[in-house]
Each structure stands twice: as C-alpha cells, then as structure tokens.
Design a protein around this ligand. Structure first.
Ligand SMILES: Nc1ncnc2c1ncn2[C@@H]1O[C@H](COP(=O)(O)OP(=O)(O)OP(=O)(O)O)[C@@H](O)[C@H]1O
Length: 258
C-alpha cells in the first residue's frame, strides 16, 4: 500500500547538506497500524511529509498504492505536530472545513462535526476559538478535523503528546476502535515507547540522525486491544523490553552529552 524504496532525504542549510533520513526501506500494508519511534530530529516527520507528498525524497521513491507520490497525496489525512487551526474559525468551523470543501450541506456538516467533537471530548466548546483553548484541546480539534474528513490513511505525528495520561488512554482507545471498525491504514509517530507498543501491529525504530530504520518489531497482540490492561501482558513486556534495548542505544550518546 505504502512503499518506501531506498529513500534518503537531505536539506540544505548554510550551504551544507543535512542528511535527515537515510536508506529507508519500508512497506506498510493496507489496513496496517504502524507506529514509529526514534530520537528527536531523526527524520520521523520527514518520512511522514514524504508520504503526504509535501516533500520529495532526494533519492529513492515513495509509492502509494503502486503510484509514485508526486505532489499532494489526497488519500491521506495528516495531523502534523503543529496544529493548523484557523484562528478566525470556531472549533466547529475548523472541524467542518474539509466537509465544506467537499460541498456537504450545512445539516450534515453539523451532524458530522458534532459527533467527532464529542468523540474527542470537546462537547460544549463548539463555539470557542483556537486561542481560547489549551494546547491539548487544540490537538484534539485537529484530530476531529482530520477524522471527520474520513481519509483512507491517517498520518499522525505525535497526536497525543500534549495530553494528560488519562485523556491519552481514552483517545488511544478511540483511535484503536476507529481503526478496527474502518480498516484504515495508520502511521503513528510517537516519542512514547508504551504508546508505540500499545497501538502498533508493528513498531519501527529509527536510529538517531541521519534516521535509518534500525528495527521493525511485530507486536503479536490481537487487533482488538484493551489499552487499559495491555501493559500487564507478557507479550507487551517482551516487545517493550526488546525495543527498549534497541532504542536505548540511540539515546546513550545524547544523554552523555548533557
Ligand atoms: N525544512 C527543513 N529544512 C532544513 N532542515 C530540516 C527541515 N525539516 C527537517 N529538517 C532537519 O531534518 C532533521 C529531521 O527532522 P524531523 O522533523 O523529520 O525529525 P523528527 O524525528 O520528526 O523530530 P522530532 O521527534 O523532534 O519531531 C532535523 O535535523 C531537522 O532539523
């Protein structure tokens, strides 16, 4: 479904080349939930940007359903790290943008947006403006804005990073439910190893920059998961320990430098 073949990406800065991602080879199957974890600045967002068609690889190719990604990939919904909410629109107005573009009538827009606003726990805030919300609330508006549009594939860049632990659990559970019910393909970037194992069918570990894929580990847990109790299972502990071993090495130098 999504295929990275020998993908490398560099940026030019002050006349120098900064290699952000190196030799990425990765296949993501239709309906798969892949989580991606790695140190800060290792190229995770760059990989999502290339999948969304916002950036082109410097070398190699990215294909979506066997077609070269060449320009904006309209089959994906992308929740970036920065929220792109329009400050002059209310929560409801922001969530409805995609539906407006599609020409969906007012009544249906209101019904759809109300259900997703409720899903992300923001019922009662429909008429608030983004600047009146906390960072975590804005993240949730962005999530609703993306989901209401019903894209085939979701690219999520640390969507729950700014949320408190309890709310995070609830939204992880909701996202799993959406995935189970709709069969969407999901690439989910996180800094949290627990979250990567809780949600992913496979977890890809990136090395520090230039980011390469260091390891891809399968999580042999059922698709229908109980995020509240999964941490107690043997499989969770086993996968977590394996991945931590591999991830830890990437952080050792960084921590020693502090
Ligand atoms: N548009 C750009 N121009 C120049 N350098 C860039 C650009 N985008 C990313 N980089 C550099 O590429 C490297 C990878 O960045 P990227 O945002 O993909 O990392 P990341 O793994 O998502 O980081 P984080 O976990 O902190 O969000 C970094 O060194 C970053 O400074």
């Amino acid at each position: 479904m999504i295929e990275f073949t020998n993908v490398s990406k560099y940026f030019e800065r002050d006349g120098k080349r900064v290699l952000a991602a190196k030799d990425i080879n990765l296949k993501i199957n239709q309906g798969e939930f892949l989580t991606v974890i790695g140190p800060s600045g290792c190229g995770k967002s760059t990989v999502l940007n290339m999948c969304a068609g916002l950036m082109k690889p410097s070398f190699g190719e990215v294909k979506y359903k066997k077609q070269l990604v060449n320009g904006i990939n309209t089959s994906v919904g992308y929740m970036t790290q920065k929220d792109n909410l329009l400050p002059w629109r209310t929560v409801r107005g922001n969530v409805e943008i995609g539906l407006e573009i599609r020409g969906i009538g007012k009544k249906e827009r209101e019904r759809e947006s109300a259900s997703f606003i409720e899903m992300v726990g923001l019922k009662g805030f429909e008429n608030h403006y983004p600047q009146e919300l906390s960072g975590g609330m804005r993240r949730r508006v962005s999530l609703a804005k993306m989901l209401v549009y019903n894209p085939e594939t979701l690219l999520l860049d640390e969507p729950f990073g700014a949320l408190d632990a309890q709310l995070r659990l609830i939204l992880q559970d909701k996202l799993l439910q959406i995935w189970q019910e709709t069969g969407k393909t999901i690439i989910f970037v996180t800094h949290d190893l627990d979250e990567a194992v809780l949600l992913g069918e496979r977890v890809a570990v990136f090395s520090k920059r230039p980011g390469t894929i260091k390891k891809v580990e399968e999580v042999k847990l059922p698709k229908k998961r109980d995020v509240y109790n999964l941490r107690m299972t043997d499989e969770f502990r086993k996968v977590h320990a394996n991945l931590w071993q591999s991830l830890r090495e990437e952080f050792v130098e960084e921590v020693n430098a502090v």
